[in-house]
Design a binder for this molecule. Structure first.
Ligand code: GLU
Length: 299
């Protein structure tokens, strides 16, 4: 509860700064009330957002809601609790922070789960306004979409059965069968650089975890941040091995050419370090890890 109150206060200040209000305004005064209910909003919603020149923002404003693409089977990052309908995780809160900074409360966000292979088409077709879901910034993807960020950095890792002793790093993958998601950077890396390794692929990483558990794959490979979440759910049967062997910089996927929206979200990341840390601490940081917020790259 304390974390939520602190977070709200931090975000209120950020939202005020971004919306051009002075700090003498009373934007933080309702933080105690907001923190007292179990369904309290996490982020203070900005008002009078000035974002001219963004066709995406214009469409959101006209519609009165935000359409956000996410993952929903990645604990700690983007997860849907089927029983309660609650979405949790670092990426979900980043998505909510963006929406609030654009002036949209949580009940005006329409989340859609979109698997790795379908992200570019969902953005290009206008099915979503933006995407927040372990989406690595790559030059190939930038041919079709734009990215704000990076807002997180991780690297490709390996998940194996807890009793596995013959895979301790990516150097042990020759002759093994490795599972990853279609259209992801990790599966492409295995195909390109590990010619002696067999691949099996599914739409989602949770399907790969099932393949690992039923013995049809020897390892699951994707970003270590994702794998840590699966291992934490089932520590008796799954473990992460080795060190990250690529660099994956997560960006917010945006329609190509919407420079105003990209600059606005980048400003939010640059000026919102305390909010970023509070989001991290309440999600991925629960596993005891600490990382620095990455600097927003010049595009
Ligand atoms: N970050 C990698 C990618 O964007 C792997 C995770 C994912 O598939 O979402 O392809």
């Amino acid at each position: 509860m304390r974390k939520r109150i602190t977070l709200l206060a931090v975000v209120a200040v950020t939202a005020l700064a971004l919306s051009g209000c002075s700090n003498s305004d009373s934007g933080t005064t309702d933080s105690t009330d907001a923190g007292s209910g179990s369904d309290a909003a996490l982020f203070e919603v900005a008002s009078n957002v000035d974002l001219t020149g963004s066709p995406t923002f214009d469409a959101m404003t006209e519609r009165g809601s935000v359409k956000v693409g996410v993952k929903e089977d990645q604990p700690g990052l983007g997860y849907l609790d089927a029983a309660t309908g609650e979405r949790t995780g670092f990426d979900i809160e980043i998505a909510q922070w963006i929406a609030a900074t654009l002036g949209f409360p949580e009940d005006k966000i329409e989340f859609t789960a979109i698997p790795s292979a379908n992200r570019e088409s969902a953005i290009v077709n206008g099915d979503i306004d933006y995407y927040v879901g372990t989406y690595s910034i790559t030059d190939k993807r930038k041919e079709q979409v734009d990215f704000a960020g990076p807002y997180f950095v991780t690297g490709q890792g390996l998940l194996v059965a807890a009793d596995n002793t013959d895979i301790t790093s990516e150097k042990d993958l020759a002759g093994k069968t490795v599972c990853s998601a279609t259209g992801s950077t990790p599966i492409q890396n295995i195909k390109d650089n590990f010619p002696d390794t067999k691949t099996v692929e599914f739409d989602t990483y949770s399907q790969c975890v099932e393949a690992l558990k039923d013995g049809s794959a020897d390892a699951v490979t994707t970003d270590e941040a994702i794998l840590i979440g699966y291992a934490a759910q089932e520590p008796d049967s799954l473990k992460v091995v080795g060190e990250p062997f690529t660099v994956e910089k997560y960006g917010v996927g945006l329609p190509k050419g919407d420079d105003a929206l990209r600059a606005y979200i980048n400003d939010m990341f640059t000026n919102g370090g305390d909010t970023w840390t509070a989001i991290y601490d309440s999600t991925l940081g629960q596993s005891g890890t600490t990382v620095e917020q990455p600097a927003v790259d010049a595009y």
